[in-house]
Design a protein around this ligand. Sequence first.
Ligand code: SAH
Length: 241
Amino acid sequence: MIKNINKTRIVLVGTTHPGNIGAAARAMKTMSQDKLYLVTPKTFPSAEATARATGADDILADAKVFPSLKEAISDCDLVIGTSARTRSIPWPMVSPRECAKTISEDQYSSVAIVFGRENSGLSNEEMELCNLVLQIPTNDKYSSLNLAAAVQIICYEIYLLTGNDSEKGPVESTAALVKQDKMEMFYQHLEKCLIDIEFHDADNPRLLMHRMRRLFNRTQLEENECNILRGILSKVQEKIK
Ligand code: SAH
């Protein structure tokens, strides 16, 4: 579990399209990241970056600009470079999930995730400043994601590990679950109804009610759901009278 999500900075190197800087800021904000470092961006600040940030302009306003990658990461104890392609010189590789896990380790207090230029990625010299290389698994014939999409995926994996809302999964119902005595009454009602409509033969019951119990045991009914089912059974009985 990451104790301090804010130990991570997103470093964009030599970004050419200001729109990508804005889109990256937006991707970061959705995933609770707020430290944007820009190394020699072609155009910044820019109206296009602000427009693409849609609501994440606070991250753009706080972004720090550096003349070199070395300066942007000088105070980091872990630097992770990202690359769309496998490099000719093998470097320790991690997936986005492994990256998130590594970042969560207590021994790291200040982590940089470094993204390259749209047309040429990171140079070999820049890669040499990185402890690890992260490659997002892709279609092997087309592996180059849009810069902001790559930022989004990596920040998402970090977000999943932080114990934020995402871990809670879908909102769970707080409605009362039906108690066993009510379920017994439901089974009796169901059996009676199935006999009434001649679906079930009380003299030759086979495994029908056993199967029905197994079915309903797989899903825990809420009280009002049980009431609805009882209401349906009553209506069926009323109609066939
Ligand atoms: N033609 C460039 C692609 C750059 S895409 C190249 O060959 O490297 C711009 C940036 O987005 C990359 O430098 C990297 O930081 C990120 N990126 C794009 N696709 C990625 C992938 N599959 N895995 C990791 N990072 C990726």
